[in-house]
Design a binder for this molecule. Sequence first.
Ligand code: CP
Ligand code: NVA
Length: 317
Amino acid sequence: MSTKLKDLLRTADLSKADIELLLDTAAKFASKPLRSKKALSKKTVAIYMTKSSTRTRLASETAIAHLGGTPVFLRGDELQIGRGETISDTAKIISGFCSALIVRTFAQSDVDELGRCASVPVINALTDDDHPTQLLADWLTIRENFGKNISGRKFVYVGDGNNVATAWLIMGATMGAHIVVATPGGKWAPNSSVVDAANKIANKSGAKIEVLNDVKAAVTGASVVYTDVWMSMGDSESDRAEKMSALKPFMVTPELMALTSSDSIFMHCLPAHRGEEVSAEVIDGPRSVVWRQAFHRRTTIQSLLYHLTRGDLKGNN
Ligand code: CP
Ligand code: NVA
């Protein structure tokens, strides 16, 4: 029996074939954004966010418009959900008015519940645990730079073991890549359940997963160095001083980039804090692809909406 992926709730929901299809279509949308301008014609897509966003909101609203649809932006504090209406009731109402729901919030369990209760596709646009739409843009950017043959290349995430690090590990494992995550040990390392999940996927895909504390060893010979903010949305301010001090050696500097391969690129999901996780010379320098990466948030969300609403994705089950 063939299965159909209804929602994108986690990076792990996507198979390699799904990702290849999404990236192929996204590459087409990059050169011709209006090529499927009737796909969402006369349809509305809700975007519900309880956390800040610049790129994901802009990318989602423009992607929906390019597909001929109308975005409806819903702020968490303006919905009745903020006054105690249940997630389940909210999901039913959104499903009655809209053809899909893009959601950014804190708890992954809330997005999972929206997926269960909504009859329309639900897309995770970032939770405390994961950031699947970001990784689609990242992987398209990687493919543009290195092509589809990634054998012998090392892709390294440096910094906080957060939601983006999780998505990096799972996406890289699915794509059969050599993935390295370099973080301080203990509290700021990726969750062991995430590393176990990545290794399980890697056993089938042929990926190689490494989680290191030695940042210099990690980036030596790397094709990609990727980092993210050290304080994520929802992180406790009481941890700030301890976290900044633990992460200091993980700042991406020109000295660190000098250890990478001669054709290496620097990536960052943005927003960036120059002087914390990355120096200005690196993010504003010639190896940085962060603006192309940000542009691909729109092309990949457009592709995701297109294929998910048509029922083209198969998922992993
Ligand atoms: N990278 C990303 O998700 O950016 P925003 O928080 O601006 O949406
Ligand atoms: N890890 C960051 C990513 C922002 C796009 C956060 O969750 O705030």
